[in-house]
Design a protein around this ligand. Structure first.
Ligand code: BGC
Length: 367
């Protein structure tokens, strides 16, 4: 793991731009037209579909040509799609990788063709050919999730012990380790104190991982954990640290199947991420998870559009972090945005009033 986390964090987005001569498209920028290839990783998680469209619209508004494809979870398709974008002559690639180590060769080809590569939300590893990274403070996502559990269970005042189970994301996604570590670091002192117990003993990233970020995979693992570690009346489950709303809904489904009643005392605290409509509905109605982490992906799309524009205009994109995201070759200059904790208390202000989702979309459970 390369986690020199707070290395050179320059504060929030919008902080001083850092000059990065040589990292962008360089001297040829005068001839650039902004032609961009967008490669999104999956359509099973709402955010990538919404963001792909937003990015495309933002770039087109600037008069840039765009090729936009979604590889729907198939690594080989993503490689082929990127390869064909390079063949079409894109000047920029904006990539949300499915698997963080599978793009080395195709990015080497892109580099040979002078393409500027922006890793979108997920860092691409083990290649020198990534120029920029735009994402959120992924470690902070885990901190917010764990803090929700601590506060919701009153852990600072109550004696406990509290039984918690941990879920992490797909192992091929670099973000997973940051979410997980942020959560674990935040729970660490309670674990040492003995206030937090993890009855399964599964505290490492690998056994807690959820392939493909799949809700079904999470549901199956939760069902197994319940059967194996919580089948006697005395072992209560107090909380589940879940990194993503789709996983959270799978966890809740397993709990319901095991006769836990959402909304009643005794239903475990379940966290999440991405402010998906179905999860906000559960948070609002008190029928499942109680928290999600909102990452304003409109802002991310806007940020990345700004990066492309800066290079087209002959300048350097703004970044605010040079020392956190080591991809195995280098610390990739990054622009990190701030994630926001969302509960029933603030979803109206954060999600509805910002026009991310309407109450109707939330009630329908669909974005
Ligand atoms: C993203 C999360 C998302 C997850 C599953 C991660 O890379 O950062 O926002 O929940 O992928 O799509």
């Amino acid at each position: 793991m390369h986690l020199s986390r707070r290395g050179l964090l320059y504060g929030s987005a919008g902080a001083a731009a850092v000059s990065l001569a040589g990292c962008g498209a360089g001297e040829d920028s005068a001839q650039l037209t902004g032609f961009t290839g967008i490669s999104m990783p999956t359509d099973t998680s709402e955010r990538w579909v919404i963001e792909g469209k937003a990015l495309e619209a933002n770039l087109k508004e600037l008069g840039y040509d765009v090729i936009h494809q979604n590889a729907k979870g198939v690594v080989e398709d993503q490689i082929a799609q990127i390869q064909s974008m390079v063949g079409e002559g894109v000047e920029f690639l904006v990539i949300g990788a499915i698997d963080n180590t599978s793009l080395g060769q195709v990015l080497a080809d892109a580099k040979d063709n002078g393409v500027t590569v922006i890793a979108y939300d997920r860092l691409i590893l083990e290649t020198p050919d990534v120029d920029y990274y735009a994402s959120f403070d992924n470690y902070q996502v885990g901190v917010l999730q764990a803090t929700h559990i601590i506060e919701r269970l009153g852990m600072r005042d109550e004696p406990g012990p509290f039984n918690i189970e941990l879920f992490s994301g797909d192992l091929g996604d670099n973000n997973s380790q940051y979410f997980f570590l942020g959560g674990l670091d935040t729970l660490e002192s309670f674990i040492y104190e003995g206030k937090v117990v993890i009855p399964s003993g599964q505290t490492e990233q690998e056994p807690t991982a959820t392939a493909g970020w799949s809700g079904d995979v999470a549901q199956a693992r939760m069902a197994e954990l319940l059967a194996e570690y919580y089948d006697d009346e005395d072992t209560e489950l107090h909380a589940v640290l879940s990194p993503y709303d789709g996983i959270s809904r799978g966890v809740v489904a397993a709990l319901v199947e095991a006769d836990f009643e959402p909304g009643r005392g005794g239903f475990p605290v379940v966290t999440g991420q991405d402010a998906e409509a179905a999860s906000i509905k559960a948070i609002k109605d008190g029928t499942g998870q109680t928290e999600t982490v909102f990452k304003d992906t409109r802002q991310l799309a806007h940020t990345v559009t700004g990066m492309v524009k800066a290079i087209v205009d002959g300048g350097d994109p703004e970044v605010n972090d040079l020392g956190t995201y080591d991809n195995g070759f280098k610390f990739v200059p990054s622009l990190l945005l701030e994630p926001v904790d969302v509960t029933a208390d603030n979803y109206v202000e954060v999600i509805v009033e910002s026009e991310y989702l309407t109450e109707e979309q939330i009630d329908a459970g669909e974005a």
